[in-house]
Design a binder for this molecule. Structure first.
Ligand code: PMP
Length: 294
């Protein structure tokens, strides 16, 4: 059973700045720079049968995300890996979601944060499918987001920075309030970008098409699925994709560490089938993360 308690009121341990602390004591001060100015970056990864999938890539991305925002973490990617595994072990988890988060502390208030110290915390919890499996089996319904992904010269789009998620939450709420499961976001040019927390893939006549990640995250799952498709001899085309083309795509799925491979049934007025190619890649991904032969 999923734990429905508030996330600040659970049992277990959270790793914070080098040591495990009781879950309810993993707190920060209200005058933490990150709270006021979004100087925070995070990761999200899943453990399958006790092994965190692509852990080292996530730890490296976390460090890179922080350095893009101008703060360097004093923990190496190997040390972050070790801490993530310690969190799993301390909480007795084997199949879980792991959330590292790094932020600037409270030494300084105001826009400048030169004297703040970097912090790192890692929590983990059991987390089922990101989308209701019954919905996802038929394909989730996407709204078209009124918010567009910003241009790389207006936001640090290569960082998994908390601030970039402000419009994702707003787009997600807008979609949910209108009866949709998530939203498809265009970019500042009007091209198709991604969903609020996952990358987009389309199937057309046996080939995979996916937008070039030049203003949004080049997801670890995205790259994994591209490799899996190429291994099967499926052509993968990374390119600019415009909304006018949605009509010509037969299948559509999302990828992400949380969302895994999620089928999309519709996006705005456009409908898609849950087809063989999407199903095959979802199975391949599932086999890979569970270390079954692909
Ligand atoms: N885009 C956004 C906005 C995301 O939040 C995520 C999830 N981290 C992704 C794409 C997919 O990235 P990954 O496959 O590395 O989890």
């Amino acid at each position: 059973m999923a734990d429905t308690r508030s996330f600040d009121d659970r049992d277990g341990s959270i790793w914070m700045d080098g040591k495990l602390v009781p879950w309810r004591e993993a707190n920060v001060h209200i005058l933490t720079h990150a709270m006021h100015y979004a100087s925070s970056v995070f990761e999200g990864q899943r453990a399958y049968g006790g092994t965190i999938f692509k852990l080292h890539e996530h730890s490296e991305r976390l460090r890179r995300s922080a350095s893009i925002l101008g703060f360097d973490l004093p923990w190496s990617a190997d040390e972050i890996d070790e801490a993530c595994n310690a969190v799993l072990a301390a909480n007795g988890l084997t199949d879980a979601y792991v959330r590292p988060v790094a932020w600037r502390g409270s030494e300084q208030m105001g826009v400048s944060a030169q004297r703040t110290r970097p912090h790192l915390a890692i929590a983990a919890w059991e987390w089922g499918k990101y989308f209701d499996p019954a919905l996802a089996a038929k394909g989730i319904r996407l709204d078209i987001s009124p918010w567009r992904r910003p241009a790389p010269y207006t936001a640090p789009t290569e960082s998994k920075a908390a601030g970039l998620y402000m419009i994702c939450t707003m787009a997600k709420h807008h979609a949910e309030n209108r009866g949709y499961n998530d939203a498809l976001m265009f970019d500042w040019r009007g091209r198709i970008a991604e969903a609020t927390g996952a990358n987009a893939f389309f199937v057309k006549d046996g080939a995979l098409h996916t937008p070039t990640p030049d203003c949004f995250l080049d997801g670890i799952t995205r790259r994994t699925v591209i490799d899996l498709a190429r291994k099967r001899g499926i052509e993968v085309i990374e390119r600019a994709i415009w909304p006018e083309e949605l009509e010509s795509f037969q299948q559509f799925f999302l990828t992400g560490s949380a969302a895994e491979v999620t089928f999309v049934g519709s996006a705005g007025p456009w409908n898609f089938e849950v087809g063989d190619l999407s199903r095959q890649l979802a199975r391949d991904y599932d086999d890979l993360v569970n270390r079954r032969q692909v």
